[in-house]
Design a binder for this molecule. Structure first.
Ligand SMILES: NC(=O)c1ccc[n+]([C@@H]2O[C@H](COP(=O)([O-])OP(=O)(O)OC[C@H]3O[C@@H](n4cnc5c(N)ncnc54)[C@H](OP(=O)(O)O)[C@@H]3O)[C@@H](O)[C@H]2O)c1
Length: 379
């Protein structure tokens, strides 16, 4: 009988199917509505294989160059929560296709996302890198974005809960989800350092903190990864965060790397998002911004034609090309989207192409994104 381990090893076989797949998708990308309809109809899991992603490093951890963000599977911010029966095949299907890096958090649900990811990965736990995030004050099953808690006892409480739900005795990467203004970051890094010594985590990371906070934490114990929003559209980390990561050798994990599906080219000025959809409160997803930012999407589409790739693939490949320590974690609930996203790993840019892309981007105003100075404060 073929085991999941056999499937993982099979991803090392020669790459195949990529050009045909991407050329076809690129052609469809010219007509976004057709693309969306065709995906719905042709979404046969496992039908078309993208090449396995390569490997990159976050501190001492080796991870697939593209990870899988699991948040949207259960927390209802993009779609209604999906069942374990629907999502476990997506998570295990990602492993079959070479993904080894999985992202979740205590507050996704809360708890329900870790409840899904743990059992999904348990049979192959030793072959994957699990990342979760803590740092909020939970009151029963509720949490509030403004109520942070990075005190050592809360970090330890949260980690114990995460380990229980993830059905494991350690995680490879534990992030502080958001900074707590009442606890010095040195104390947080000190707690993470203790947890590493105890074998409960292998590495630690931070999310959406300022370059100064990264430096202070790194001085206590090396930070393996910083996770912040970064895409072709939302480029605020370029105002200082990426530079500090490059200087200190810290990995960078872009979340929302498809700009919350904007780069999938499936929205227009008539698109509206339900109140529970996080895009209903996203600056670049208002009807006005969807129109105003159209030239950026057009640029991405043009590069897609040049490289026989879809706009999402260009968006992800562009991130990968910015620095070898960048590991995007697109979120999806669909295997055919996952395969499309993994196709980005085979797209390369020369230095001249990157410069050309950058020059074109610089000439285009962006609406609804964060101002450069916001990068200097912990969010
Ligand atoms: N540190 C933080 O504060 C933070 C914040 C937000 C997210 N995250 C993490 O980062 C991960 C990724 O961010 P995200 O999920 O918010 O944003 P994202 O990956 O940019 O976008 C997710 C959305 O894009 C769609 N999508 C993905 N691939 C697609 C494709 N090839 N074609 C069409 N649509 C596609 C998904 O829908 P389908 O399901 O239909 O594919 C989903 O609606 C999350 O899962 C989470 O683990 C971290």
């Amino acid at each position: 009988m073929k085991t999941m381990k056999d499937n993982i090893d099979s991803t090392k076989l020669p790459r195949r199917g990529f050009l045909g797949l991407t050329a076809g998708l690129a052609a469809m990308a010219a007509t976004p509505r057709l693309l969306a309809e065709t995906e719905e109809k042709s979404g046969t899991p496992g039908a078309a294989k993208s090449p396995a992603p390569g490997r990159r490093r976050l501190g001492s951890l080796e991870v697939s160059s593209i990870g899988l963000g699991c948040m949207g599977m259960t927390n209802g911010v993009y779609n209604p929560p999906r069942s374990h029966e629907e999502m476990i095949p997506v998570i295990r299907g990602a492993v079959d296709r070479g993904v080894t890096f999985f992202d979740t958090a205590e507050i996704y649900g809360p708890f329900t996302n870790e409840d899904l990811v743990g059992p999904a990965l348990r049979p192959i736990r030793d072959q994957v890198v699990l990342a979760t995030k803590i740092g909020f004050q939970l009151e029963g099953n509720t949490w509030n974005y403004n109520k942070r808690n990075s005190r050592p006892e809360n970090i330890r409480r949260a980690l114990e809960g995460s380990l229980r739900r993830l059905q494991t005795d350690h995680v490879e990467l534990l992030y502080l989800h958001r900074a707590d203004p009442s606890v010095p970051i040195e104390d947080v890094a000190g707690t993470f350092k203790e947890l590493i010594a105890e074998g409960k985590i292998r590495e630690y990371g931070l999310s959406e903190v300022s370059p100064a906070t990264v430096r202070r934490a790194h001085a206590v114990h090396p930070v393996a990864a910083l996770q912040s929003e970064y895409s072709v559209l939302e480029r605020v980390p370029e105002a200082g965060t990426l530079q500090v990561c490059q200087e200190l050798g810290i990995g960078f994990v872009p979340y929302c790397p498809t700009a919350r599906a904007y780069l999938a080219d499936i929205y227009n000025e008539y698109s509206r998002f339900a109140p529970e959809d996080r895009r209903s409160s996203t600056g670049f997803c208002t009807p006005e911004a969807l129109v105003a930012n159209r030239p950026i999407l057009q640029l991405v589409r043009e590069w897609g034609v040049r490289k026989s790739a879809t706009p999402v693939q260009i968006g992800l490949a562009w991130l990968l090309a910015q620095d070898p320590r960048i590991v995007p974690i697109p979120g999806t609930t669909k295997l055919h989207h996952l395969e499309e996203n993994l196709g980005a790993a085979a797209i390369t840019f020369t230095a001249e192409e990157l410069a050309e892309f950058r020059a074109a981007l610089k000439a285009l105003p962006v609406q609804g994104v964060r101002a450069p100075e916001t990068v200097q404060v912990d969010r």
